[in-house]
Design a protein around this ligand. Structure first.
Ligand code: THG
Length: 367
């Protein structure tokens, strides 16, 4: 069998050995690293996430660090959401665009100090982008990818596990709030966040030599609640309506098309990259919008459908960007990026390998 594995162009997560020991069954490339995507039993992983608690190696969510007197200024230039209210220990979800107003990332931004910001990024080279912008604008800021790797603890019982590890203060963290702390001498940022709607935390490990140690502390602490390994779950995130940047977006997608319009502040200064283009797009109106889609028919053999044409009256009207079988709904469900002409309730067809599957558009989220 052909193999792909860590090499000099594919960095290893600090939790890599632990995930192998847990029986990781699949990886996906992301930010030039490998992200675990399955431990071989997706139904059990879904159940753990929605009813219990699971721990995820999401070290691929790399940090782009902005440090120096112009860190805050650069952060705003890179973000089409107003960051004037950004303060230490309270993160925000922010769309990042290029000069065309096209979405190039949807990071979480964390301010750690007056002159220190992390952009916790999805899959794309934002370090290179930020360095280029900083240099072209003559800003006094140092850009780097620090030794920081998030471990997510997600699910309705995550708070119990985290409180048993850190104490009751974690219960007071609001969504995206975080605290810099230590656990047995391991430097961490503890945040209430994560890529699910089941509740949970992220532990940003700040010493890559101690990944397996942190993994095992969480694993031991979670035993009373049957913690187990997992990963960002495609079924749960589609049911919950969470966007996958790069998965549900293409090289033309702007934030208004994919339900991120309420994170765009059009009255930001013109020096914010993409804001002028977004003003124009907002006044002209978007061509496409993102809706849910529900397909007819039983569970398909292959679990995950990506980028199939959506047709209406025999004409292509958009794409089903991701589709999965939802046991909870008894249907294949997905995200549709379709022409504005189509509204929830519209009957369409998904064209898949020469077959046509009847489907209906709906509002998001499913739950
Ligand atoms: N964790 C961390 N960084 C990340 C991700 C993560 N960076 C890249 C990628 N994932 C970013 N994507 C998202 C998408 C949605 C959310 C978080 C990261 C999210 N959204 C909430 C929602 O949509 O309801 C809240 C948004 C809000 O209203 O502010 O949590 O997983 N560290």
């Amino acid at each position: 069998m052909a193999e792909i594995g860590p090499n000099t162009r594919l960095k290893v997560s600090p939790f890599y050995k632990s995930t192998l020991a847990e029986g990781v069954a699949g990886f996906s490339p992301y930010n030039r690293m490998l992200m675990p995507v399955s431990y071989g039993d997706l139904a059990a992983e879904y159940a753990r996430l929605t009813k219990g608690v699971s721990q995820w190696d999401v070290a691929v969510e790399r940090q782009v660090q902005l440090k120096g007197p112009d860190a805050v200024r650069l952060a705003q230039i890179l973000s089409v959401r107003d960051l004037s209210g950004l303060t230490e220990n309270k993160g925000k979800y922010v769309p990042m665009c290029d000069h065309r107003g096209t979405l190039i990332n949807d990071p979480v931004v964390l301010q750690l100090d007056d002159d220190l910001i992390w952009y916790s990024i999805a899959d794309k080279d934002i370090l290179m982008w930020a360095r280029c912008v900083a240099a072209e604008r003559g800003l006094n800021v140092e850009l780097s990818e620090p030794d920081v790797s998030p471990l997510a603890v997600q699910g309705p019982k995550a708070e119990l596990v985290m409180a048993s590890v850190f104490g009751d203060w974690v219960k007071d963290l609001k969504y995206f709030w975080f605290k810099q702390t230590e656990l047995m001498g391991i430097p961490l940022v503890v945040a209430r966040s994560g890529y699910s709607k089941q509740g949970g935390f992220e532990l940003y490990l700040m010493d890559g030599t101690r990944g397996d140690e942190l993994w095992n502390i969480v694993k031991e602490a979670g035993k009373p609640w049957d913690i187990g390994p997992g990963s960002p779950n495609p079924v749960e995130r589609i049911e919950s309506g969470l966007l996958s940047f790069g998965g549900d977006t293409d090289d033309q997608t702007n934030p208004f098309e994919v339900r991120l319009g309420h994170y765009v502040d059009l009255d930001l200064d013109d020096d914010v990259i993409g804001i002028a283009a977004l003003r124009r797009i907002a006044s002209e109106g978007v061509r496409r919008h993102q809706l849910g889609i529900v397909l007819e028919g039983p569970e398909p053999k292959e679990g995950h459908w990506v980028w199939y044409d959506i047709l209406s009256d025999g004409r292509k009207v958009g794409d089903m960007t991701n589709g999965v079988w939802s046991s909870r709904m008894g249907r294949t469900i997905g995200f549709a990026l379709v022409s504005r002409e189509l509204s929830p309730g519209a009957e369409v067809v998904v064209a898949k390998d020469g077959e046509e599957v009847a489907a209906k558009l709906c509002e998001l989220p499913f739950y």
